[in-house]
Structures are given as C-alpha cells and as structure tokens.
Design a binder for this molecule. Structure first.
Ligand code: GAP
Length: 458
C-alpha cells in the first residue's frame, strides 16, 4: 500500500512554524538551498547529536574529526571525483533547459503546453554530455587554473587523508573508525522534493578501517547497527528497507553496498537515506599513490603492514531530518471537538522543544509561577513559555511544533505547588508536584517508548 504524499503539507507547516525556509526567499529563492528556522535547527541538531553519541561518544573504537571543506585539489583527482563525478546532460538549444539524460523520460519541458523534452516541434536536444557536479572556486587572489579548488562533494575524503594522523594521535588499533559531520556541496541537476536533494547539505559519515579479509563481517555488523539507529529515531519499521546495490549500481571499487531506504510516501516512495559501503582499500591506495606518502597501518603484534579496507556508513543529516518530519506528521480528529489537529509526533529526544509552559490566566500569580518553573527547566531542556490565547490553541501550537509535554499552571497550582502535565500523543494529563516536573521529563526522555511507565515516576 502506498502512503499519501505529505510533502506539500509539510513544506507549508515547516515555513509557518519555523522549521525550514527557502534560502534567500525575499530575492525569489536560491535553487534547492534551504535554511533551518528556530525549530528546524533544534531538530537537526538533535538528530546530529544522536548520531554523534551513537557513533563516537558511546564507542571506544571510533574517533571524531572535523576536517576542512576546502581541500588540496589533488584529493579530488585521487578520489576519482574530477574524472568521474558527473551526470550525463542533454541541453535544449531552443529553450536553454538542461535535463539529466538518464532521467529524461520523467522530465517535463518548462514551456507551455506541458510536454516532455523533445516533444515541442522546435525542441533541439543535444547529444548527452558529462557535467561535473563539483562546485569550483578559486583560492587566493588569482583566478587561474592553478588556483582552482572545489567545495567538497562528500566529507569522506577528509577522513581518508587524516587516517594516519588520527591513528597515530589516538594510538587506536585496527579495527577502528573515524567519524565526522559536515557540509557537502553538489551542483545537482535534478534537485528537488524539498530538502531531499539539495545543492548544499550535511553528511554524517564514518569510515571503519579493518584488516582485509575481515571486511565482510564488519560490513554486516555496521549494516545492522545503522538500521537499528534509524529505528531508535522512531522511524517506523515498515517505512525502512535495505536495498542491495546490483552489479550495475555498484561502484567499481566497492565490494558490497546496501542503501537504507525510507518510504517518503507519494510518488517519491522508498528512497535512500543512508549508504553502507565496503570500499575495499581503494581510497587509501589512491591517496598513497597521488600523495606519494605511505598510508599503511603497522600491526605491531602480528608484525605486519597493510592498507586497511574501509567500511563506510554515510547518511545525510538533512535527509534523515526530512524523514523524521515525514514520519512524525499526522493530521487527526480530536474526540468531542469539531476541528482536528496537526501533530508532529517526534520521538521526545528529537523534539525541538521539550515542554510548553502555560499559565491558565494572567492573574493569581500564575505567570510568575510559570516563569519561575520555566527558568528552572531551561537549564536542562529547551522549553517554551506561552501565555497568549485560549489554552486549547496554545496546546495546538505546541502539537504542531512536536512538543511532547504541555505544563499548565492553574489556580490550584499556586495553592498546592503542583501542575498539570499534558502528553502530546494521547492528550492524557497527570497532576505532578512542581518539584518533580524535571524528573518526569527526564525519565520520559530516557524511557524512549516506555511512555506509560515514565508517567508513574512523577
Ligand atoms: N561518501 C559516500 C557518499 O557520499 P552518497 O550516497 O553520495 O555517498 C550519502 O551520499 C548520503 O548523503 C545519501 O544517502 C544522502 O542521505 C546524502 N546526500 C547525498 N546527496 C545529497 C543531496 N544532494 N542532498 C541531500 N542529501 C544528500
């Protein structure tokens, strides 16, 4: 069964609530570049923090790195990007539009009446030509070919060229990994579908260096670990699948590759959000050759030297954040009410705001009590204070932001020093002593899916 297309609803909610804005919107926008608003930056930071914790902090065999975006131009010759990181393009000399030759069957000519490229009588399509996807710029004051540098199209190469630096600085022994989060740039020809395929995006990549011969065993382990991570974000199991690369899809250096696909619904359907690749020793071998620097690992116990194989896990921070938003969005009826509600049912750990704090009225010391509680909670969680409008509307606004708790201060609160906590997902409520609120939230966040048990702690 195919899921409905929610992208249009999501784009409008994302703008209205401050998750994602079009870049340079007041100038008409920049093609396929997006800005994260106040809620979006918190959500994406939470996704990245969860990745960093799982991949670096919780492991003693993976080290972190933050390599520069601008690298020596020879890096991209060694990696194969200068020669091979291209899409075949077809130009139309009549309307100046460009189409990916391998996707031209799905493309639409921009001219009216709407037709496929080549179907207007005056269309003049060229033969396909290769178009490199790397953004070029110049380093230093002179704009000549000697000064050309590229904006990195992937973060992985910063890891390969630092392999021995990290290994020697940390004295890690193979097998071990290096992980980083950073921007990457691709001059995509057919970008689109909101933040799914953009020209500027962030990757979260990890290269795990292993002894040749043990690579497939590590590959299988990482494949499962990465699927488990996506499940830990609250992505529905039946929206996730593995896609094994066929012979035709497999890069020439890869020994095996699986994509983790997520079902975005509508015509997009299942699409890659992460790649898990066995890259053999291709990259280290290339950099060793192009830099003329030995990149071999010395195994002192076994008294041998070798170039490790690499298992790569590569996931887009923006694409996973989009998957999290698509997965979270639901529109539902509310029993006893005419208007339904829109809810972003994020996993509480990912929610941009953890709690909304609402004094029921602006009298009886309620705002003061609410502000005091807000200030105390803010030291631990991102909370939002709101005293404007009817309480139902305030709840609805936080449902759309994906806030898992609403804390209401009413006239009993000031007398008894307690508050009501309302739960976003089932709108159930409990009464909790003010001093226990932080503990209830903390337990809930730690308990992941054990929502009912978490409530009892209060
Ligand atoms: N180092 C391997 C590598 O870069 P990739 O399959 O080209 O592999 C990995 O990219 C991930 O990066 C993808 O699964 C996707 O999540 C993300 N990604 C790639 N291109 C993207 C784009 N144009 N916009 C957004 N995310 C992108």
């Amino acid at each position: 069964m195919s899921r409905p297309d929610v992208l249009e609803t999501l784009v409008s909610l994302a703008k209205r609530r401050g998750f994602v804005f079009q870049s340079s919107e007041i100038y008409g926008g920049t093609g396929s570049v997006w800005d994260y608003g106040p809620l979006g930056v918190e959500l994406k930071n939470n996704v990245k923090a969860r990745w960093w914790n799982a991949m670096v902090r919780e492991r003693d065999d993976v080290e972190g790195l933050d390599a520069a975006i601008l690298m020596h131009p020879r890096v991209w010759e060694a990696s194969g990007h200068v020669a091979g990181f291209s899409d075949p393009l077809v130009d139309c000399k009549a309307c100046k539009a460009r189409f990916r030759a391998d996707k031209i069957g799905d493309a639409q000519c921009a001219r009216k009446p709407s037709k496929k490229p080549g179907e207007h009588t005056d269309c003049q399509l060229t033969e396909p030509r290769l178009f490199n996807l790397m953004f070029k710029t110049f380093m230093g004051p002179v704009e000549d070919s000697a000064a050309v540098v590229y904006l990195r199209p992937e973060t992985a190469q910063g890891i390969f060229v630092n392999f021995l630096n990290v290994q020697q600085a940390t004295r890690q022994k193979v097998p071990f990994g290096i992980a980083q989060i950073g921007k990457a740039f691709r001059n995509e020809i057919t970008p689109g579908n909101f933040t799914f395929r953009t020209r500027e995006f962030e990757q979260m990549e990890m290269q795990f260096f292993v002894e040749p011969g043990t690579d497939m065993e590590h590959f299988e382990r990482w494949k499962q670990a990465r699927l488990d991570w996506h499940l830990s974000l609250g992505l529905d199991r039946d929206r996730l699948e593995f896609h094994q690369h066929t012979e035709k899809e497999l890069a020439h250096y890869a020994r095996a590759a699986f994509d983790i696909n997520f079902d975005f619904g509508g015509s997009l359907g299942f699409q890659e959000i992460e790649g898990v690749h066995n890259r053999s020793d291709f990259d280290l071998k290339q950099h060793q050759e192009f830099s003329s620097k030995k990149l071999e690992y010395t195994d002192q116990v076994a008294n041998k030297r070798y170039l490790p194989y690499v298992i790569e896990t590569s996931v887009g921070a923006d694409r996973v954040t989009l998957a999290v938003m698509v997965n979270a969005l639901r529109e539902e009826a509310v029993p006893g009410e005419q208007e339904g509600r829109t809810v972003m049912g994020f996993h509480p750990v990912l929610a941009p705001i953890k709690a909304g704090i609402f004094p029921l009225t602006k009298k009886e010391g309620q705002p003061e009590m609410a502000e005091k509680l807000g200030a105390a909670l803010r030291k631990k969680f991102n909370v939002f204070y709101d005293e404007a409008g009817a309480i139902g509307r305030r709840y609805r606004r936080q449902d759309e932001a994906g806030t898992p708790f609403g804390i209401t201060i009413d006239s009993d609160s000031t007398k008894n020093d307690d508050v009501t906590i309302r739960f976003r997902d089932d709108m159930g409520q409990i009464r909790v002593a003010t001093s226990k609120v932080a503990e209830v939230i903390a337990n809930y966040l730690e308990a992941d899916h054990a929502r009912a048990e978490a409530r009892l702690v209060g």
